[in-house]
Design a protein around this ligand. Structure first.
Ligand code: AHG
Ligand code: MN
Ligand code: MN
Length: 345
């Protein structure tokens, strides 16, 4: 039997892959791994602890916040505050970014963005949820507190991203821009162990994933593409937790869609800590991610921390096909023509 490789060992071995191989990013990834283990412990015993249910508050995006959302948020913030490698945090659960003070005069170079618990409406019914994270190198002056510009970086500037899936087993998947690797938590030794090296997404697959209940609220071109998925007898799978749905697509091939709707004209999912980290992973695995207006997700500029975006993500051939449908069926934007009256100056 081949020897087990733990997440910590793997990260250290891969340290030289990083452009700035000083061990700081390595430390940060390990700290996120520790937070994931703590969150996992709580997610697994949620039903036992009277911790289920809504916390009776709303987050910056107006969603009902679950108690476990707050627990996961607090644990990640704690781990990152004590890591010494992170100078700021932006989270789905905090309206503003959180600057982190220096530890023992050390000037931290990274900021971390995250969705502490994605798909949290699934918690009360024992269905998979996850944590999504992204890491950027700061842009601002190292000797000063972090600034908004450190967070509002395009996805193409991510130095690392990943997710943790609290499912039938607990899996951590991450990339630093040199492929994608997956680690399963072995509960007997409390370590994430390399279980899925060099993950590659299939060129196409049999699954499509979309909230088909909103079909009539989608633009015509998206409806035509979804009709095509039905015609092709693709299997519809929709968990309602982006991280779980995209995880299936990453491993088995297919396409995940969250188009703009009448309720969410820009799309529902958040660009900074949902779309970008998963787009980086999927691209690194050989897939594609674009908005439903066909822009590459990782190239999109950010206006604010909680900016929403439509998304199509998954197998490359299926994304190309979706693009063709959008181009073919898109209704041209109506522009009022200004007709100058003859003789007018
Ligand atoms: P979160 O739990 O972090 O607020 O995210 C929920 C998101 C995402 O995970 C999922 O894909 C989507 O909301 C589901 O939305 P609908 O219920 O509108 O389909
Ligand atoms: Mn989410
Ligand atoms: Mn969330």
């Amino acid at each position: 039997m081949s020897r087990i490789v733990t997440l910590d060992e793997f990260i250290i071995k891969r340290q030289n892959d990083f452009q700035y191989a000083t061990g700081e990013l390595t430390g940060l990834l390990r700290d996120i791994g520790v937070a994931a283990k703590i969150i996992n412990r709580e997610v697994n015993k949620a039903g036992l602890l009277n911790i289920l249910g809504a916390a009776k508050s709303e987050n910056a995006s107006g969603d009902t916040v679950q108690k476990l959302d707050l627990y996961a948020n607090d644990k990640l913030i704690d781990c990152l505050k004590n890591s010494g490698e992170c100078c700021g945090i932006a989270s789905e659960e905090n309206e503003h970014f959180i600057p982190i003070k220096e530890i023992e005069g050390k000037k931290a170079k990274y900021v971390v963005v995250f969705d502490p618990l994605d798909g949290s409406s699934n918690i009360d019914v024992n269905v998979s949820v996850g944590t999504i994270f992204g890491i950027f190198r700061r842009k601002s002056d190292l000797s000063k507190p972090c600034e908004m510009k450190d967070f509002l970086q395009k996805g193409s500037e991510l130095v690392a991203s990943g997710y943790v899936l609290y499912g039938t087993s607990t899996l951590l998947v991450y990339t630093t821009g040199r492929g994608v690797n997956g680690f399963t938590l072995d509960p007997t030794i409390g370590e994430f162990c390399l279980s899925h090296p060099d993950i590659k997404i299939p060129n196409r697959g049999n699954y499509y994933s979309v909230n088909q209940g909103y079909y009539l609220k989608f633009d015509i071109e998206m409806r035509r593409y979804i009709d095509h998925c039905c015609d092709e007898n693709l299997r519809l799978r929709y968990i309602g937790s982006m991280v779980s749905d995209v995880h299936r697509i990453l491993f088995q091939g297919g396409i995940f869609l969250y188009p703009n709707t009448r309720k969410f004209p820009q799309g529902k999912l958040r660009l900074l800590y949902e779309c970008n980290p998963l787009a980086f992973i999927v691209e690194q695995a050989g897939g594609k991610a674009m908005s439903c207006q066909l822009e590459r997700i990782l190239d999109l500029p950010l206006g604010d921390l909680h900016q929403r975006m439509s998304i199509a993500i998954g197998s490359p051939d299926m994304l190309d096909e979706m693009k063709e449908f959008v181009e073919r069926y898109k209704v041209p934007e109506y522009k009022e023509e200004v007709v100058e009256k003859e003789g007018a100056s």
